[in-house]
Design a protein around this ligand. Structure first.
Ligand SMILES: Nc1nc2c(ncn2[C@@H]2O[C@H](COP(=O)(O)OP(=O)(O)OP(=O)(O)O)[C@@H](O)[C@H]2O)c(=O)[nH]1
Ligand SMILES: [Mg+2]
Length: 333
């Protein structure tokens, strides 16, 4: 794609053209070097977005109701005049494009709404890949005029920790009565939450929800506060019935307004930028290292020595890295 073509692309994107947005996300997801180059050029050409935008992360174990919740919350936000983009990170799927949407999304109402854009993010195979693709897709969505970007991740692995490093407000979805361990929620994940929402507080589960809310709120006070000094509040809702959704939306806006007024919002984004720089460098170094074919024979010889107990792993690593620096590193001296 030529420089001019990138310009045309950018213009269509900024006008909010959905097809262009979808293609642009495909471009950033590509692992081909030429396309990555174009993707970088496109990203650099984007105008800086005026900041009334808000980036929300929603995480929780499979089946807790994340997508149902996003459908309800998204509609509510659209009702308030926002445009909503949803990026769903599905670590179990290496398929890209829209293939997982057909059978899996529970965002039926959002999916047909003109003010919404829904897209599963290809994981790119690695954690670094998820983080980069999601982050860049988010920037593209913002450039296309979506002022509320919601990122859905399954809260059982490292993905939501990566997402924590790109969103302004993180919502942890839980259900009453499952117990923390059963929900697979690690302490670290709890610590990344800005608000905890007990979902499925409907039907016979209502009482259990009230009790769970009290217990959770106590448990949370014992954890370290977030960098902005807060402990998350525990809210209750029923995503299917739409109950508690306006209250959640209101709470989110209040948190964001507070963070903006005391500088925490800007601080968080700044430290995310630094974090992104660091992880991009790490990932690209690692990729360059793994791709370097000139290292292969040397590497397998070293691996054999390590397995035979003739060489310590740390010595082998040292030699391998020294060789990498002379083969692929910048000219030195
Ligand atoms: N009773 C009740 N059921 C709900 C509620 N929210 C979601 N569900 C049901 O829970 C199931 C899972 O909902 P999803 O929204 O797909 O959950 P998810 O967390 O996105 O699941 P994954 O994407 O697979 O991790 C569906 O059968 C929903 O209808 C709720 O508030 N109350
Ligand atoms: Mg889902």
């Amino acid at each position: 794609m030529s420089h001019d073509a990138i310009g045309t692309y950018r213009d269509l994107l900024v006008k909010g053209d959905r097809g262009t947005l979808a293609r642009a996300i495909t471009l950033i997801e590509s692992s081909a070097e030429a396309q990555q180059q174009q993707a970088r050029e496109l990203l650099e050409s984007l105008p800086s977005v005026t900041d009334n935008g808000l980036r929300l992360g929603i995480t929780g174990i499979p089946g807790v109701g994340k997508s149902t919740m996003i459908d309800a919350l998204g509609l509510h936000l659209i009702g308030q005049g926002h445009r909503v983009a949803v990026l769903a990170v599905d670590p179990s799927s290496t398929r890209s494009g829209g293939s997982i949407l057909g059978d899996k999304t529970r965002m039926d109402r959002l999916a047909v709404n003109d003010a919404a854009f829904i897209r599963p993010t290809a994981t790119g195979g690695t954690l670094g890949g998820v983080a980069r693709c999601t982050r860049e897709a988010m920037l593209l969505c913002e450039a296309a005029g979506y002022d509320r970007v919601i990122i859905e991740t399954v809260g059982v692995g490292q993905n939501e920790l990566a997402v924590d490093r790109m969103t302004d407000i993180n919502i942890l979805l839980m259900i009453a009565g499952a117990g923390d361990e059963l929900q697979g929620i690690k302490r670290g994940i709890m610590e990344t939450a800005d608000v905890v929402v007990l979902n499925k507080c409907d039907g016979p589960a209502k009482n259990a929800c009230m009790n769970a809310r009290t217990d959770l709120q106590h448990a949370i006070q014992l954890l370290p506060a977030r960098a902005n000094g807060r402990h998350p509040q525990v809210l209750m809702c029923s995503a299917v019935e739409g109950k508690g959704i306006p209250e959640l939306a209101e709470h989110i806006e209040q948190l964001a307004a507070l963070d903006k007024s005391n500088g925490a919002f800007t601080e968080r984004r700044k430290s995310q930028q630094l974090d992104h720089l660091k992880s991009t460098v790490e990932q690209q170094l690692l990729e360059a290292f793994s791709r370097d074919e000139r290292l292969l024979p040397f590497r397998s010889a070293l691996e054999k020595s390590v397995m035979a107990g003739e060489l310590s792993p740390s010595r082998a690593a040292e030699q391998l890295i020294a060789r990498f620096r002379t083969t692929d590193g910048p000219p030195r001296g």
